[in-house]
Design a protein around this ligand. Structure first.
Ligand code: GLA
Length: 414
């Protein structure tokens, strides 16, 4: 996860409630940034989306289920081989249009991560993963642009990793099997950002599909698409604008507690455990490990129930499961924060009558966004109400936008 304070693209406020600039618009912007910076036109263009998770939180590293969708917010990149005679061994220059920052590193062995949590670490981590597979492009230049809010729990870092991997595939003409590509990006996050994340974010950015959620079984790594094409409902994302910090140890600590609980229950992962088993062993477990496990076991069940409810277009049941998920993340898993709780409370106050079926925190937690399932006819009123009431209660200005399920990473035509 990138922790630099959010740098919003220039037109972000103008499109705050809508789908954001289209990939075609972003392609034009990044093309211009590229040629301005490197003095030649770009040859390759790629896009990779962020994601929002509808339900199934902190279940991926417990071999459970998750139910994310890719969102209409992207990292886009433009690239071309180096115009001047490139130095040997090959290097890449990446220019971030948002941070107005250039970074250069070797492509053969991949340079080591720097101590900072800079955006370039994610890029370098993926390059190192390709080098480890003996896929080494010739020297090239790239420009990067992102509309995925940073630090919002919408996987801006996974989008950056997957965009980098897609670019390297385009430049080398060597396509990795999709699962391997996602896992390589996850490894980059582990080794170059120091976050021991699960597989959800990178799989979402690779496998996203328009009008569909992804029911991902994190044990088998198999994906089942759950259609979400109904015009009746819209997914609303509200950013508390409180920034999370997952590498401060809290995420790793939760992960360790889950493993301790699984070991005490003598199962390989909490996916194998039932609530009955857990309750029978309660005295063997420290209270917080017990509660972490209770969240995970119940959340895995809620996720498959929600997938079935969505397939049946039963929005009320889906929404109820989302509220239950939030309460469990707040009370048992303890990864919410007052601002996220306020956003969910405000959504609950609007209720089904006002068009909110359900709402919960999404992503790793400790800040970031809530995801709400809303009636399309009411979504703009709901968005406005949430923003105004949240600001009145907290003094913090939030952002909100609706998104349809979007397509996963792809190469754009020049
Ligand atoms: C972060 C991680 C994911 C997942 C979520 C919590 O987003 O990157 O792998 O564990 O937290 O569900």
């Amino acid at each position: 996860m990138i922790h630099t304070s959010p740098s919003r693209p220039p037109d972000a406020d103008a499109v705050a409630g809508g789908p954001g600039p289209s990939v075609t618009q972003l392609q034009a912007t990044v093309a211009e940034a590229f040629s301005k910076r490197f003095g030649q036109p770009a040859r390759w263009f790629v896009a990779a989306p962020g994601r929002v998770n509808l339900i199934g939180e902190h279940t991926d590293y417990n071999d459970g289920f998750v139910l994310p969708m890719a969102i209409e917010r992207y990292v886009v990149m433009a690239a071309a081989l180096r115009a001047e005679v490139p130095p040997a061994p090959p290097t890449a220059r990446f220019y971030s249009a948002e941070f107005d920052e250039m970074t250069e590193f070797g492509l053969e062995q991949g340079s080591r991560p720097s101590a900072s949590t800079s955006w370039s670490n994610y890029v370098q981590g993926v390059v190192a993963g390709f080098a480890a597979e003996a896929i080494v492009p010739p020297s090239f230049d790239a420009a990067v642009l992102s509309t995925v809010p940073v630090g919002g729990g919408l996987s801006s870092s996974a989008a950056l990793e997957v965009a980098t991997a897609t670019l390297l595939e385009a430049v080398t003409g060597h396509q990795l099997p999709a699962n391997r590509k996602a896992l390589l990006c996850q490894k980059a996050e582990h080794e170059y950002a120091g976050v021991p994340c699960g597989i959800m974010d990178q799989f979402s950015s690779v496998f996203g599909r328009e009008n569909a959620l992804m029911l991902l079984d994190c044990r088998s790594q198999e994906m089942e698409y759950v259609p979400l094409a109904s015009e009746e409902v819209t997914v609303l994302i509200t950013n508390s604008n409180v920034s999370h910090q997952l590498d401060d140890g809290a995420y790793a600590q939760r992960r360790a507690q889950c493993h301790t609980a699984a070991a005490a229950l003598r199962v390989g992962s909490l996916r194998e455990a039932t609530l009955q088993q857990l309750n029978a062993q309660r005295s063997q477990l420290e209270e917080h490990c017990y509660r972490r496990a209770r969240h995970v076991i119940a959340e895995i069940a809620r996720t498959t129930q929600a997938a079935a409810a969505i397939a049946a277009q039963d929005w009320k049941t889906t929404g109820q499961l989302m509220y239950e998920s939030h309460a469990s993340l707040r009370d048992d898993f303890e990864v919410s924060c007052p601002e996220l709780d306020i956003l969910v409370e405000l959504a609950q106050e609007i209720g089904v009558e006002g068009g909110v079926y359900g709402s919960r925190m999404t992503g790793g937690g400790f800040g970031g966004c809530t995801v709400s399932l809303t009636r399309t006819a009411d979504v703009e009123d709901i968005r406005q109400a949430l923003l105004a009431r949240y600001e009145a209660r907290t003094g913090i200005r939030p952002h909100g936008f609706a998104s349809r399920p979007a397509r996963g990473a792809f190469v754009m035509q020049p």
